[in-house]
Design a protein around this ligand. Sequence first.
Ligand code: PMP
Length: 408
Amino acid sequence: MSIFDKFQDIAAGIGELAGLGIMPFGAEIEQISSATEGVVLGHPVILAGTNNYLGLTFDPDCVQAAREALQVQGTGTTGSRLANGSYAGHLALERELAQFYATPSAIVFSTGFLATMGAVSTLTGPGDSILIDADCHASIYEGTRLSGAEVIRFRHNNPEDLERRLHRLPRGGEGSTLVVVEGIYSMLGDRAPLAEIAALTRQFGAYLMVDEAHSLGVLGATGRGLTEELGVEDAVDFIVGTFSKSLGAVGGFCTSRHPELELMRYSARSYIFSASLVPSVVASTRVALRILRERQDLRERLWGNVNHLYHALSTAGFRLGPEPSPVIAMMVESKDQALVWWRRLLEQGVYVNVVLPPATPTGGALLRCSLSAAHTEDQVERIREALCGLGATDARAWAPQADSAPLA
Ligand code: PMP
């Protein structure tokens, strides 16, 4: 028996795509000339599949800060912070994040995945319970697996189901309970009903963690995310996020209103045993965070683009996620249709993402656009034209299917 036998299904799937001559996963981006333009598989395209929500990847101040840090501090730190030491930039970035969230401290990790996985797996252990929204990101699932805690999924965005499951937990035990949700979910762009979830979490004496990966910079008056937008910051115990979307770099963080968060630094294995963020990334992220806080106009531009495209596609009859968001997902009848449409869009100069089951919460295929503050009105119009040209005349009204999926 070969060690690779377990990949047979994957090999069959890849073979099928090769047969169709369409390979949308890991497509080569041959050139990238701005936050919104590049060349993908030989086609000059508008980038509408990059989660670059504020369009800061080419911001001159971010680029300059990264360049200076590279020249002065070198290409990498070559080690983890606990073992080899923290650079001044790491500490400054953590202070600035804590100041941004008005929390006692923040811990920076080398990726968003490591931050979320590390926080979930370190804060909980055997004897604890974790309740996660069924549509949570893989990094949250991974954290639950490593924690040794009892893991309970509740139906996506369904506070009643969360309440039922909280009721079923044994009372009076020693263990803690952690509820984990996301600000904006990356597949359909829908938001968590956070006020209801926060109230339940408090009622049951549980802790609440919100992954603001897709809502940082996007929601809230100063861009702190859904927690700020709904004014529930006092009811949220832990916020995790990433530098890889609105902040245009790579890295992640966890912050908390509890000063004891600092202890996690000495026990989170994904923090202790991984090399720290490189100086140029720390430098560009610090500038991007300042821009994110100060430039409300970027959020306004982003939402202008979002509302325009979402309403145009909805009027054209496409089945979309339930509310406007920088992630606009179109539900497509079949996998083959999604692949053919993806290639047609590419040929017409628009690059989006394709998501196929079982990775989708709906069980069907998705074409997923992500919009940016950096998209011009003309670019959004070209995206709209290309998408509407696909023709979705038989589209049915949106019906949330994730909620009816059977759960263990
Ligand atoms: N959480 C969520 C909700 C995400 O969507 C992602 C990445 N897409 C991550 C965490 C991980 O972040 P990163 O890609 O920066 O490691």
